[in-house]
Write a protein that binds this ligand. Structure first.
Ligand SMILES: [Zn+2]
Length: 187
């Protein structure tokens, strides 16, 4: 019988791993499927619609998303795993209020592309090419940024950054004290 998935500890703003550009992942890496199960489990437990591997301490180049879950009335889950994703083209513009599991209680309006085309390897090893727009495009761009070591606050203008400076400094101080990990259940 399969083990229950694990709740993985989440790295918070200030942690060096969130600033690392993750290298290409070999799909045949041992333990990948178990890790994917844990990543999906942790995303839902943290009420996220996306979670990247470096947010939970891994250097594997992948993330999971479920952009429709937040709007789903009957808790319909449809996790999409993207390994070694590439954003092939971008067009249009959308401004969206974003948050991040690694930056609790911090939000900001980010300007992104409204339409993207992208490719990725799914959890079964199949390479897929697709298009996305609006919310799904935003979520993919946010998670893709994580794999590049970029956080949504990097996209904010000076004024918006000033507004959240105190919160960022507090998170960074926690990171310095080695308390940069979000543990326990969030219910
Ligand atoms: Zn994030």
């Amino acid at each position: 019988m399969k083990n229950r998935p694990n709740l993985l500890p989440v790295r918070l703003y200030g942690d060096d791993l969130l600033r690392k550009k993750l290298p290409e992942l070999d799909f045949n890496t041992e333990g990948l499927q178990e890790f994917i199960d844990d990543l999906i489990y942790t995303m839902y437990k943290r009420d996220g619609v996306g979670l990247a591997a470096n947010q939970v301490g891994s250097e594997w180049r992948l993330f999971v998303i479920d952009p429709d879950w937040a709007n789903s009335e009957n808790d319909n889950k449809n996790p999409i795993v993207m390994i070694n994703p590439v954003i092939e083209s971008r067009s249009g513009e959308i401004v969206y209020e974003e948050g991040c599991i690694s930056l609790p209680d911090i939000f900001g309006s980010v300007k992104r592309s409204a339409n993207i085309s992208y490719s990725y390897t799914d959890r079964y090893g199949k390479r897929i090419t697709e298009n996305a727009e609006q919310t799904k495009a935003v979520v993919i761009q946010h998670e893709y940024d994580h794999l590049e070591g970029i956080l949504f606050v990097d996209h904010l203008g000076t004024l918006a950054r000033l507004k959240i400076m105190h919160q960022l400094k507090r998170l960074q101080a926690r990171a310095k004290d080695g308390q940069n990990i979000l543990e326990g259940l969030s219910l």
